[in-house]
Design a binder for this molecule. Structure first.
Ligand code: PEP
Ligand code: MG
Length: 587
């Protein structure tokens, strides 16, 4: 049994046999062609390009039907590339001057392009290298009949092991049979990661050498909740994970019945249980799971999935779609949180920074790119005429920053008024409290906003100084750290005193063991990832507020995160022993 750790990009756990795919860049041998055959070679190339474009258009339509319009846009860049005259000229030149086969010309030129992309300063562009490979394989497939591995043709269930998957491959996966994805390469924001997440396929990337550690037929456990792949697990490990999956499945069926019941504690306190989403298409699923609104719409994902900056109209259409799908339920829309690990096209994201997480990201980036910011605010405000919406600024770290953001919002409102365009003049304006300085100054900030949403993902990383994406120090990243809990408590108190609403939208809110603590600290709105809604609702329906307050008081006196975590888990186990009894929950 071996364990490999990587970067989890789409949560879930599965046990299945491995299917290892061939290396993505299998070389094409150089073969010469006589001069007389060059026109025929050029013709072969043109036909392959035309067929490839047809394929892409088809795949685009399929992706649109399966995953929505935003996801389908990923393939627009492939169409753009395949029509790129300079690229086609390079293929032609190579065939004519070097007198080589069309497949070698495509291989050589695309390898060269990939190298250029890999050397780019802009990290977003570097991750686009997979799109180049995707296209290369497609064209070569048409030239030599060696079609790229069509995953849809795979027999039986499998966990896919690959050096990397192209966006096309990932979009064509059949969720019912592909139980997981584990790759050597890949980053958190690659198109492959986004597409895996959108399809709820457990995925771990950046495993470095998983393709050489695993052979087809090996049994694997992919635990994408914890970013690990267990290769040929022993009997005890298998049993433990089987029980875990069984319990989760059972819980899932069981919990589906909870969808229509209120998220209400046993003493009758109603808790708002909202969903965190990246794309409007996720809303139907979130509502089906029992969410009653959206507490965090991460609008930057539209930018991350697009090849060019989304127009105001496109943004507006997306926000409108979210409103329509919510059908009167509340929508909290967060302005762009780009930068650091969230990369997108465009030159407004700094190419090189020593500390991107402390750099020009999120609201800072928007305040330095007013055109970008105003365009989004305009789209949001226009959409606010069509349904209940709240606007939220991320990463606020000082009152001046908040005032500046609000001033720009007012400017945009004035513009719309001048133009006679409808919008909600009273749209509630709030902030994410996710920087320690904002948490410490919560009392001051509360006077100037309508609501707070606590972003524990960043609050934890900035409070403990632990990069949330760094595997080597992942054990230090802890929702149970007493300093984090103290800050959450202070934020809630400041909000309550100022009589503004406070919710929490970091991952911590979706972890069942922390639900009682959060309720005990005074939170009444939780915004969580949609799959976690039923489980969290069950915990809410099993506890009383006074019980949670007692728990929170005890936690307040604790000194270490271990102590806190062991305690909240024990308490949850007492409340729902049939569910939380097993060892996995103790680790
Ligand atoms: C957070 O930081 O807690 C949060 C919800 O936002 P994101 O994960 O998008 O940074
Ligand atoms: Mg954040």
């Amino acid at each position: 049994m071996r364990i490999k750790k990587g970067i989890p990009v789409s949560p879930g756990v599965a046990i299945c046999r491995a299917v290892v795919l061939d290396a993505i860049d299998a070389p094409i041998p150089r073969r010469s062609v006589p001069s007389s055959q060059i026109p025929a070679e050029l013709e072969r190339l043109n036909q392959a390009l035309a067929r490839s474009e047809k394929d892409i258009q088809l795949q685009r339509q399929q992706a649109e039907a399966k995953l929505g319009a935003e996801m389908a846009k990923i393939f627009d860049s492939h169409v753009g590339l395949i029509r790129d005259k300079s690229l086609i000229d390079q293929f032609h030149l190579m065939i004519e001057k070097e007198k080589v086969t069309a497949e070698y010309a495509v291989y050589w030129v695309m390898q060269h392009q990939a190298k250029l992309f890999r050397q780019m300063e802009n990290r977003y562009m570097r991750e686009r290298v997979l799109d180049i490979w995707d296209l290369e394989r497609r064209i070569i497939g048409h030239l030599i009949g060696n079609h790229q591995t069509t995953l849809s043709e795979l027999q039986g269930e499998a966990i896919i092991i690959a050096h990397d998957l192209t966006p096309s491959q990932t979009a064509s996966l059949d969720r019912r049979r592909i139980k997981g994805i584990a790759t050597d390469a890949g980053g958190r924001t690659s198109h492959t990661a986004i597409l895996a997440h959108a399809q709820s396929i457990p995925a771990i990337v950046g495993l470095e050498d998983i393709t050489s550690q695993v052979s087809t037929g090996d049994t694997l456990i992919i635990d994408a909740n914890n970013g690990q792949v267990i290769i040929n697990p022993d009997a005890a490990e298998l049993l433990e994970y089987r029980q875990y999956i069984e319990r989760m499945d059972l819980l899932g069926t069981d919990l589906d019945e909870l969808a229509t019941l209120p998220a209400q504690t046993v003493d009758g306190t109603l808790i708002n249980l909202y969903a965190n989403i990246e794309f409007p298409v996720e809303i139907d699923g979130a509502l089906a799971k029992g969410a009653t609104g959206v507490g965090l719409y991460r609008t930057e994902f539209l930018f991350m999935a697009s090849e060019t900056e989304p127009s105001q109209e496109l943004q507006y259409q997306n926000y409108l779609e979210a409103i329509k799908r919510l059908d009167g339920r509340p929508l909290t829309i967060r302005t762009l949180d780009l930068g650091a690990d969230k990369l997108a096209p465009g030159d407004y994201i700094p190419a090189q920074e020593n500390n991107p997480f402390l750099g020009c990201r999120s609201i800072r980036l928007c305040l330095q790119n007013l055109k970008l910011f105003k365009t989004q605010l305009r789209a949001i405000l226009r959409a606010s005429a069509s349904g209940p919406m709240r606007i939220m600024f991320p990463l606020i770290s000082s009152i001046m920053e908040l005032r500046q953001a609000k001033m720009i919002l007012s400017d945009v409102m004035e513009d719309l008024e001048d133009e006679g365009l409808p919008f909600d003049r009273k749209i509630p304006v709030g902030i994410m409290v996710e920087v320690p300085s904002a948490a410490i100054q919560a009392k001051t900030l509360a006077k100037e906003v309508d609501f707070f949403s606590i972003g524990t993902n960043d609050l934890i990383q900035y409070t403990i100084a632990v990069d949330r994406g760094n595997e080597r120090i992942a054990s230090l990243y802890s929702s149970g750290h007493p300093a984090v809990i103290q800050l959450v408590k202070d934020i809630v108190r400041a909000a309550n005193r100022a009589k503004i609403e406070v919710s929490i939208c970091g991952e911590m809110a979706g972890e069942p063991e922390f639900v009682m603590l959060l309720l005990g600290l005074g939170l009444r709105s939780l915004s969580i990832t949609p799959p976690a809604v039923p489980e969290v609702k069950r915990v809410i329906r099993s506890v009383s507020i006074s019980q949670c307050q007692r728990l929170a008081r005890k936690v307040g006196a604790m000194e270490s995160d271990r102590e806190v975590i062991n305690f909240v888990r024990d308490e949850l186990r007492k409340v729902l022993p049939e569910i939380y009894r097993d060892r996995r929950f103790e680790s």
